[in-house]
Structures are given as structure tokens and as C-alpha cells.
Design a protein around this ligand. Structure first.
Ligand code: CA
Length: 695
């Protein structure tokens, strides 16, 4: 009780400015801090967490010390009206009287019932050059337990009604001994038929933050950093453990571009980087243009004039990273769902049978496979327009209806920004054609579309994502994006949004043995990085040993069967295009098929139990009252994990009955009854690139 009181007092004290223009805000639990400073006309911020220090003398009171995560970093925006990074003066400070609560239902994600709380701060600022236009800038900060989000807002105060953003001063300064798990931004207009950038590059793993990015364009969100316990501690505190930080972006609409991080300076400063000139075939601005807020100097009133949020998630373990919900907590649902959208497991011929399978007869086989598995859908991939035709597709739609399977249909996003030949093309970029197309899809009973090959992160392209989502909702159609940008809060903003690729996905297993050799490492990285901030449409769970339509051909899968089944739990996306083929029905043990028949794609709860990026992960997810636990080992050595089921609650341990594992040889998948000791613990022995599932 005493400690609680102390924390409450800390919160109250922290909301008062230390001096006129220095602020310190604590999270509702008092353990996450944000410092903001306006000094010599420049705004900066720093952040970290508070750790309880055990005094040398046992009788002495416990103390808390700051563990800095983000060091003093710049804020500000460059616009056509003025440079809002310098000569700033404070107009007004806004503070909500009480913590702001965020309680909402999310159909698809880590959790269904979201409840979080923040302490907020809004600073309204002006600069001499902006006086004539009357435009002011607000910076809105939200401090959650283990998470900080902030965004800018531009407000009307004179004749100017709009603004053009040309860049940002916004930065993130890290201790120079921090290491990074980050993915480079590619060059524009490279790759398959000039379709990049599409967030499909290789990560650097645990490398110095000052590492130069492969293409010289910096790093795409989200970016994961490890700050060693010996890190730069200006307070003199030293953390007992390494700390972890995830930086990302959320709330991006057609009113902004998608941004990323620059390369770091030698002293550890990353800054917000804008799209490259060459993206979207060189067409469209690299900046952003939008209307101003309505002149109320209140950061909390309406939707106009905002930039996206930038988010920081951090703590002394990886748990806050894997379980973060800040991506969705700070955004709003932008329209009502037109129908009650559902999760879907889809068969997908293209992933192992490739382009040649986009024909009527092969699609019939995959519709029948979906029906045999009791799955909801079948994805008909690129090339259907030329090889099946509209009349053939209508026959397939009718066959789907007969089999109780919903079709999903692929589209090329272009437009004028790539040379990708797959059809249907020229249907999604134009609102007139797009709506005709969607009417045809709705009439055919189509559940969703997969739209591929976007042109990059310019505002021009972000507007297209939003337009496709909004139109599709009018026709009750869900949307998966491929060859695309990272989703930024879209699961909540757009209720018919389903998932995005934005990762080196399962197609690379087919394309190269080297990627197969790395599959387990990637699979145990994504829950900590890419999939921590957005639905990831990976297209996984390959059960064939060789990746080809013909037996004995193609690359060799290195992971075990149970590892592949475990990715269905570890990878979150409400629409999963799994890589099962008709052969699996007869070649796999029946219990593997049974597992895939009932594994859900939507989750009510997610708990991180243990793991390290790229090495191993133990992750539990709940759907209704059933828990599924995946334990996956990507390392080259045997791993023994004691899984304590009591961490999920006493009644949970009793509800778990089944263990799937790979056998002592790592090659003989087995199903056994789950046996725990008296304390609800079970010992899992994981061979290299193997896994166990408890459910
Ligand atoms: Ca791709």
C-alpha cells in the first residue's frame, strides 16, 4: 500500500513542470517516464523506465532510479509555412485532468478486449516565421505503461488552411553501445518488375546501431534495439538486465506518407526519413500535404491536421515488446464495418504450385482441399484474368458456394507504377473501375482481395491503400496487401483490413534454399519485430518436405513439421493463406491435419512467456477459452524449456490436454497426452529447428 501511495504521489509530482518549459510525465503505473524540454527555441525529449533499487542496508527505504532508453532527441517539423524545429515559443500547455482510458474491442490482433491508460501532455508552439500565417504546432504526447506515443498537429490561426510538410527534425538518440535488429529500406524501382520498396529485405541481427544500411536509405519500421545493461546511464543507474526498445509508426492515413528511420549518426541519432524521389515510378511528392486543424487549441478534439504517431515501446524484458498494443490504442476506427467480418483460413495453390496452377482445374482441387480441411476460404492468385477468365471465375465462385468455401481473389495494384505482368491489372487504382470490380466480386460471394505490388511509401500511395480499403468495405470485402508497406494501426482504423505481407515471406522458401536454411531464425524473430506492430500475412505452414509440386523436386525445408504448425500460432494474421497442398491430406499424420483443421486465426489474448529474437520463442495465445502455446527453437543446439502453465492461471493448466512434439530424433512428429508435474510444469525438449505445441 505504501508503495502504491508513493507511486501516486510520484505521478502527481511529475505532472507539474520542473521549470516553465521542462516537463516530466510518468505512466499510470509510475514506472515509465517521458521528459520534454523547450530550450533555446528547440524542443527535445528523452524517455526511459524507473527501476526499484534495493538499498545496501535492508532497513533503508527502497529507491527508484531512471534507466534511460531514449537519450535527448530532437522534435520538430519542416513545412512550407515555417521551420517548426527552431525559434519555438510556448503558447499553451494542455494537460488532461485524469489519465485517458482506451477501452475497445479489436476483431483481429493480439487481444480482443483492449484496456490501456495514459497520461497525456499537449504543447502548443509557435515560431516567428509562422506568425503571418497564424499556423501553430501542437505536440501531443501519450505516456502508457512501457509505451510512449506522440504526434504533431498543425492548427489554423489565420488565413492559411493547409500545410505542406517537407521533412521532420524528429529523432531517436540511443546509447551508442545499443545493438539493432532492423531491416534496410531498399532502393526505389528495383526488384521484380520495379515493384520495390516493399519491406522485403534481410534484417541485420544484433549489430551496432551505427551500421550503414545496405542501400544507404536507412531502416524501415518497426525497429528493435537492445540496450546493454552497461549502457549510457546519465543518472548513474545501471539496469540489472539488458533493456529493449521497439520504435514504430501508427495512425498513418492518406493524409501523410509512410516514413522510416535514417541511418544513425556516429553519436547514435536516428531521424525520421521520408520516401525517396524514385518511389511510385518517380511520381508524387516525397512530403505530405493536409488540411489544418480547426483553430481550437486543443489537441484532443477532432481528426484534422495530425501527423502519424511515432511509438516507443520499451522495458527491462521483451514482454512489453511482444505484448504491446500502443499501435492500436492511440488510433480511431475510421468507419463502421459494413458486415460482420470473420477470420479466414485459406488454401493457396500459388505458394507451392506457382503460376502454372492458376487454371480452372487446379483451383477446383484447392477449393476441394479447403472444404476437406473445413477451412473458410481459397485464394485464387495472380494470373486468373488471363488463364481462367471472368466466366471461368464465376464458375469457380459457384463451385465455392457449393462447397461452403469463400473465394479470395488477387489483384495487381497498378496503375502506372510497375511492370508486373500478372492480371488482373488496372482495376484497383481507378475509383470507377475499382467499384465496378468490387460489385462483381461481391455478387460472386468473394470474401476478400489480395492486392499486390504497391509503389512505395509516398502519400500518393498511402491514399490508394485507404481508397481500396474504404471502397472494399462498401462491398463487404476484406483486404490483404502484398508487396506493400507496413500496416500502421490499420486493424482498428479500417475494420475490413486483414493483413499485409511487408516481410520476406514464405514465397522465398520456394525461391531459394538459403532462405529455407534461415526459416527458423526468421520465424523466431518476427513476433518480436514485424508482427509485434501489425498483422503479418506470411503464407506459412509448409508441410511438404520439398517445396515443389512434383515429389522430390525443389528446395528442402529444414524445420520440423511441428515447427511449421507452431507458426500458425506464432504468426498473427486474421486471414492466413496456409501452404498446405492436396498431398498433405494423405502424407501427413492425421493429428497434424486435425490441428490445422481447428487452429484459429483470431485471438482474445497473447502472452509472451520466454524467448530471444532469432533464437527461440515461447508464446501463448487464447481463442475463446482455449489456449495454444508454441515453443520454437531456431538454434543449432538442443534446447530444454520448463514450461510453467500456472503462469496462465490454475484453470488453464487443466484445460490443456495435448502435446505435439518432434520426438527425440527431431524428425518423428508425435501427439501425446500432456503430462504435467504437481505444480503444473512440463519439460519441453526442443531439437534444433523443432518445436512443441501445447493446447
Ligand atoms: Ca512478396
Amino acid at each position: 500500500m505504501k508503495r502504491l501511495l508513493t507511486l501516486a504521489a510520484l505521478v502527481a509530482a511529475a505532472l507539474s513542470p520542473v521549470s516553465a518549459q521542462d516537463y516530466r510525465i510518468l505512466s499510470p503505473d509510475g514506472l515509465t517516464y517521458l521528459s520534454v524540454s523547450l530550450k533555446d527555441g528547440r524542443l527535445s525529449y528523452s524517455a526511459g523506465y524507473r527501476t526499484v533499487v534495493q538499498p545496501k542496508k535492508k532497513s533503508a527505504p527502497k529507491d527508484t532510479l531512471d534507466v534511460p532508453i531514449l537519450l535527448d532527441s530532437p522534435l520538430g517539423v519542416y513545412t512550407n509555412v515555417a521551420d517548426f524545429s527552431k525559434e519555438l515559443t510556448l503558447v499553451e500547455t494542455q494537460r488532461p485532468d485524469a489519465p485517458i482510458k482506451h477501452s475497445y474491442h479489436l476483431r483481429q490482433g493480439k487481444k480482443s478486449e483492449m484496456n490501456s491508460e495514459e497520461n497525456g501532455l499537449g504543447l502548443v508552439l509557435t515560431t516567428p516565421n509562422a506568425k503571418k500565417s497564424g499556423v501553430r504546432m501542437t505536440v501531443q504526447f501519450s505516456v502508457f505503461n512501457n509505451n510512449i506515443a506522440y504526434r504533431y498537429r498543425f492548427l489554423q490561426g489565420g488565413e492559411a488552411g493547409s500545410i505542406v510538410v517537407t521533412g521532420e527534425a524528429t529523432g531517436f538518440r540511443l546509447p551508442t553501445d545499443a545493438t539493432a535488429f532492423i531491416c534496410p529500406q531498399s532502393d526505389a524501382q528495383i526488384g521484380w518488375k520495379r515493384t520495390k520498396p516493399s519491406y522485403e529485405e534481410y534484417y541485420i541481427w544484433d549489430e551496432p546501431i551505427t551500421t550503414r544500411s545496405q542501400y544507404g536509405h536507412g531502416w524501415t519500421f518497426p525497429c528493435l534495439f537492445c540496450i546493454p545493461s552497461s549502457g549510457t546511464m546519465s543518472s548513474g543507474a545501471s539496469a540489472a538486465h539488458d533493456s529493449w526498445l521497439l520504435i514504430s509508426e501508427t495512425g498513418t492515413t492518406g493524409d501523410y506518407c509512410g516514413t522510416h528511420l535514417s541511418d544513425a549518426t556516429p553519436d547514435g541519432l536516428f531521424t525520421i526519413a521520408f520516401p525517396m524521389e524514385g518511389e511510385n515510378n518517380g511520381f508524387g511528392s516525397t512530403g505530405a500535404q493536409f488540411g489544418l486543424g480547426n483553430g481550437q487549441t486543443n489537441a484532443y478534439d477532432d481528426h484534422a491536421g495530425f501527423t502519424p504517431w511515432r511509438t516507443l515501446t520499451f522495458g527491462s524484458s521483451l514482454k512489453p515488446i511482444v505484448e504491446t498494443t500502443v499501435t492500436w490504442d492511440v488510433v480511431d476506427q475510421l468507419y463502421e464495418p459494413s458486415i460482420n467480418y470473420q477470420g479466414s483460413r485459406n488454401t493457396w495453390s500459388w505458394i507451392l504450385w506457382q503460376d502454372e496452377s492458376i487454371n480452372y482445374d487446379d483451383q477446383v482441387q484447392f477449393i476441394e482441399l479447403a472444404a476437406a480441411l473445413g477451412w473458410e476460404g481459397c485464394l485464387i492468385d495472380g494470373g486468373w484474368y488471363e488463364h481462367i477468365g471472368r466466366a471461368g471465375m464465376e464458375k469457380l465462385f459457384a463451385y465455392c458456394r457449393q462447397k461452403g468455401v469463400r473465394p479470395w481473389v488477387w489483384y495487381n495494384s497498378n496503375g502506372g507504377w510497375n511492370d508486373a505482368p500478372q492480371c488482373a491489372r488496372q482495376a484497383m487504382h481507378n475509383p470507377i473501375v475499382r467499384k465496378q470490380e468490387m460489385r462483381w466480386l461481391r455478387d460472386g460471394g468473394v470474401a476478400g482481395i489480395k492486392v499486390d505490388f504497391f509503389g512505395g511509401d509516398k502519400q500518393e500511395t498511402l491514399r490508394l491503400y485507404e481508397a481500396i480499403l474504404s471502397d472494399a468495405n462498401d462491398y463487404g470485402i476484406q483486404v490483404i496487401f502484398h508487396g506493400c508497406t507496413l500496416p500502421r494501426g490499420w486493424e482498428r482504423m479500417y475494420p475490413n483490413y486483414c493483413g499485409s505481407e511487408a516481410v520476406l515471406a514464405s514465397e522465398n522458401l520456394y525461391f531459394g534454399q538459403a532462405f529455407c536454411d534461415m526459416e527458423a531464425r526468421h520465424a523466431t524473430l518476427h513476433p518480436f519485430v514485424r508482427n509485434a506492430v501489425g498483422s503479418m500475412e506470411y503464407g506459412g505452414t509448409v508441410l511438404q518436405r520439398r517445396l515443389h509440386r512434383e515429389p522430390g523436386k525443389g528446395n528442402t525445408r529444414r524445420t520440423s513439421d511441428i515447427f511449421e504448425l507452431a507458426t500458425a500460432i506464432a504468426f498473427q494474421c486474421s486471414g492466413q493463406n496456409f501452404a498446405l497442398t492436396p498431398r498433405n491430406l494423405t502424407e501427413q499424420p492425421q493429428f497434424e491435419i486435425d490441428f490445422m483443421r481447428q487452429v484459429p486465426t483470431t485471438w482474445d489474448e497473447t502472452r509472451f512467456i520466454d524467448g530471444y529474437p532469432g533464437k527461440y520463442i515461447v508464446l501463448a495465445r487464447r481463442h475463446d477459452d482455449r489456449w495454444y502455446i508454441a515453443a520454437m527453437n531456431a538454434e543449432a543446439t538442443l534446447k530444454t524449456i520448463t514450461l510453467d502453465l500456472s503462469v496462465l492461471g490454475d484453470s488453464v493448466a487443466k484445460s490443456l490436454t495435448t502435446l505435439l512434439h518432434d520426438g527425440a530424433d527431431g524428425q518423428t512428429p508425435q501427439q501425446s497426452p500432456l503430462k504435467t508435474d504437481k505444480r503444473g510444469r512440463v519439460q519441453l525438449t526442443l531439437q534444433p529447428q523443432c518445436a512443441a505445441i501445447v493446447y
